[in-house]
Design a protein. Sequence first.
Length: 214
Amino acid sequence: MVTPSQLAAFAALTFLMVVVPGPSVLFTISRALTAGRRDALLTVAGNAVGVYAQVVAVAFGLGTLVERSAIAFTVIKLAGAGYLVFLGVQAWRHRRSLAEVLGTQVRAARGRTLRVLRDGFVVGFANPKSIVFLAAVLPQFVNHSAGSVPVQILLLGILLPATALLSDSVWALVAGTARDWFARSPRRLELVGGAGGLTMIGLGATLAFTGRKD
C-alpha cells in the first residue's frame, strides 16, 4: 500500500502544483467577482469533485488513454474551454442585472446550488493542467510491487483535490471580499461583472489553444 514516504513526496509535489494559479483559480476568482463568495465556494467544491473524477479515471485506465491519445485529450480540453466561454458570455450578458441578483440571491440560493456545483465540476474535470499532472506524474508514486494499484492511486490522488479545495477557497474569499466593495455601486458592479465574464471567455479561449505540455 501507500508508504509514508510516497505520501509525503506526492503531497509536496501536489502543493507546488496547486499554488501556481491555473484555470480553476482564475475561474473561481471570476465567479467570486460576478456572483459572490457563496457561488465561488460552491464552484471550488464542484471543482474538487471534478478533479477527483480525473483521479478515478486515472486509477481505472482512462488516464492512460488521455495521456497517450491526442484526440481524447483535445476533446476533453475543448469541452471545458467551450463551457468556460459559454459561462463568460452569460456573465457578460447579465452584468447589468447583478445589482438585482444581490437582492434575490438568498431566495434563489437553493435553485442555484446544483447548477453552480455542476459548473465547477465540468471545469475541474476538463482542466488540462491536472489531467496531465495526474496521468503522467501520479502513477510514478505508486508501489506496483505492493499490488492494489487502483486503490493506491485513489488514496494518493485525493491529495490534489483536497489541497486545491483549501487553496482555492482562500482565493474565493479574498475575491469575494473585493466584490463587496464593488457591490456598493451598481456601476462598479456592472464593470466587475463584465470584467469577470471577459476573463472567463479569455480563459476558455486560452485553454482551447493550450498544448499537451501544460
